[in-house]
Design a protein around this ligand. Structure first.
Ligand code: NAP
Length: 634
């Protein structure tokens, strides 16, 4: 909760030294109503990538002086905390900040710049108003970020629900991934619910335990915990055409099976939940401990051991520097290296001054969030779009993509000045954006340069009882760690899902999953997916938490429609779904990940099941309300 400003002038100046200056200037303009703070020569021209938006020291000083004057006036009662900006002010501030007209974004932005405690996305209806006597209950599958959110919104709408969670705790991926060094690589201040912002994140990119604590507290404080059946996995669900209900089968950890009946199901099982072990010959013959990064075996002490890690994706990238410090030798098996995005503050704590500003300056946290979020609205996406006239190659898919490549390459080259031999191995040979770009503070390449770390790029041939064979060498290992990712394209697996007429969902998808807006599937009434097909963001800004909020808004609106009409089933029209899927597929084909032949979970077998190829606001616009003409309501 925000507390009044009592700090003296010296303290204020000290706090402001830690400000994110572009966000500060936006806050000043809003608090004072004086838009002259938004001078053209104070604009953060390097807003997409550079620290402080590329503002010079001089520009930053000027901005801090303005902010100091505004905070003194606020503290001394000369100005009051204003209401949220009117549309004209919102447009002026945000257009100035990102250098292009934001008129089309105003409804979305109006949900963002709100007073502390506001929740503009909360449902504005309740079941008691719409359908007090209708028997209606929802099963939510999963108590991670999306499932808890769905539960919270249903509770707000007074719709009965129960959450089934296979684990003994909330958190989903943030409960399961406990590998050393696990932390979020989306800015923490964006990686929380918009209506429940945490103002005191200790780090810019928080570690797993802190994210998990946030979710635990949210579940407790929202009163959700009692609605969760822990240790109960949903194994399948079948739509009953006659009764218009779902029959959901569950299995508890002690093996007890149960079938529950409900009117609607919301799946919130994540895209990156089921670990994928590599199909390498001899994998099971290894006699030492071997485990996946997402199922870390904490009973294995790596101190003094020879450790082999397979994979150099986001998980390996975080855990390898940590275990290099304890293992006696570390061998890293890499197929494709990651592109690295310079993020010097990646492991830094949030400085005290910045925390003070978040907690005390009205709207500063909201403008700061907008600042983190803005690249998803304008800018980043363009870097991934394939320009057929460029012409695209595995080096770059457009002139802009090539410029991005040069920027990332320069940062890597600078780090490799003292290790030229490593260059060939660590510079990617695919376009930036074709795989997830990882946040780099220098630790990755510093680790690979260590004498006790060996990077192996020869393909793995087989695994033996005592190590891994690659190229013409056997690399002995005491422990093997598979940081080999997840079954990202197998949506809703391993559950069996049977829709109208007994149609099996996985059979229907046949390895190519689609859902309208990632949420609804023809032939599967009253079934709603969160973080479903084609809802994964590729560095477009925003966060998957935001996407879940959009999808949950949409689900609640669909339920509103159903309850308000007194009907029993809502089902997306097949033609609407198919047109949409074709549009999404076309978008993905014309993005770096759709063009490149590099392996990875963004695109498998020539089709991207996980990724959203458009902007964040495009998703917001499409999910803001349900268009009843898209649906059959029966
Ligand atoms: P991943 O990105 O899919 O990486 C898997 C790695 O294993 C890749 O390097 C892959 O090589 C390699 N690999 C797979 N099969 C192999 C085989 N048979 N032989 C040799 N190498 C093999 O998985 P991840 O690192 O767990 O990350 C998955 C996603 O989870 C991330 O992209 C991110 O979205 C999320 N994540 C987020 C965070 C965070 O926010 N902090 C942290 C971890 C993960 P190729 O590249 O050649 O396919």
């Amino acid at each position: 909760m925000r507390t009044p400003i009592t700090a003296d002038d010296d303290a204020l100046r000290a706090y402001l030294a830690d400000a994110e200056v572009p966000a500060l200037l936006m806050t000043v303009a809003h608090l004072t109503g004086d838009l002259s703070a938004l001078r053209a020569d104070q604009r953060a021209a390097g807003w997409l990538f550079q620290p402080q938006g590329g503002l010079t020291e001089r520009q930053q000083e000027r901005a801090r002086d303005l902010a100091f004057a505004a905070l003194v006036r606020l503290r001394d009662g000369e100005i009051d905390v204003p209401p949220p900006p009117d549309p004209e002010t919102l447009r002026a501030i945000t257009s100035w900040a990102i250098g292009s007209d934001t008129a089309d974004l105003l409804p979305l932005l109006a949900e963002e710049i709100v007073p502390a405690g506001a929740d503009p996305k909360a449902p504005r209806w309740t079941k008691a108003d719409l359908a007090p006597t209708t028997d209606f209950g929802v099963v939510i599958v999963g108590a991670g970020f999306s499932g808890l959110l769905a539960g919270h919104r249903l509770a707000q709408a007074g719709v009965p629900f129960v959450i089934y969670e296979k684990n003994p705790d909330v958190g989903g991926t943030w409960f399961e991934n406990t590998y050393p060094g696990c932390r979020v690589d989306v800015a923490s201040h964006l990686y929380n619910y918009s209506f429940a912002p945490k103002l005191d994140w200790p780090d810019h990119f928080c570690v797993q335990e802190v994210v998990l604590d946030y979710l635990r507290s949210f579940a407790e404080e929202s009163g959700l915990t009692d609605a969760i059946r822990f240790g109960a996995e949903v194994t399948g669900m079948a739509w009953d055409d006659t009764e218009s209900v779902w029959r959901v089968s569950t299995r508890t950890t002690d093996g007890a099976m149960e079938t529950v009946v409900c009117q609607a199901v919301v799946t919130a099982v994540g895209q990156l939940n089921r670990p994928r072990l590599p199909e390498i010959s001899g994998r099971d013959s290894f006699t030492g401990p071997a485990f996946h990064s997402a199922a870390w075996d904490h009973s294995v002490d790596l101190a003094g051991k020879r450790v082999a890690v397979v994979g150099t994706g986001a998980s390996a990238f975080q855990l390898i520097p940590e275990i290099a410090d304890v293992a006696s030798e570390l061998t890293v098996f890499q197929r494709n290296p990651p592109w690295l995005r310079p993020t010097p503050h990646y492991r830094d704590p949030v400085p005290d001054g910045a925390r003070w500003l978040f907690e005390h300056v009205p709207y500063y946290a909201r403008w700061h969030r907008f600042w983190l979020f803005a690249p998803g609205l304008r800018g980043i996406l363009e870097g991934w779009i394939v320009d057929p006239d460029y012409p695209p190659t595995e080096r770059a898919v457009s002139a802009l993509n090539d410029r991005l490549r040069s920027a990332l390459l320069a940062s890597m080259e600078a780090q490799l000045a003292d290790a030229p031999d490593l260059r060939e191995q660590v510079i990617p040979r695919y376009p930036v954006g074709a795989k997830r770009v990882l946040r780099d503070d220098g630790r990755w390449l510093a680790t690979l340069k260590r004498d006790d770390v060996e990077l192996v790029t020869a393909p793995i041939e087989r695994i033996t009882e005592t190590g891994i064979v690659a190229g013409d060498r056997e690399f002995p290992a005491d422990v093997v760690i598979y940081a080999t990712g997840f079954e990202a394209s197998k949506f809703l697996a391993p559950m069996t899902v049977t829709g109208r007429g007994g149609v099996d969902l996985h059979g229907m998808w046949n390895g190519v999953p689609h859902a309208y807006l990632g949420v609804t599937i023809p032939g599967f009434p009253n079934l709603f997916c969160l973080y479903g097909p084609n809802t994964n963001l590729v560095g477009q800004g925003g966060s998957i938490v935001y996407f879940s909020e959009c999808a949950v808004t949409y689900v609640l609106d669909a339920l509103r429609l159903l309850l308000a009409t007194g009907k029993r089933a809502i089902e997306v029209r097949k033609d609407v779904h198919d047109d949409y899927s074709a549009w999404v597929d076309q978008g993905n084909r014309t993005r770096a990940w759709g063009f490149s032949t590099v392996t990875g979970w963004y695109s498998e077998g020539g089709h991207s099941a996980p990724n959203w190829p458009y902007s964040t606001d495009e998703y917001w616009r499409r999910t803001h309300r349900v268009d009843p003409t898209d649906y059959l309501i029966t």
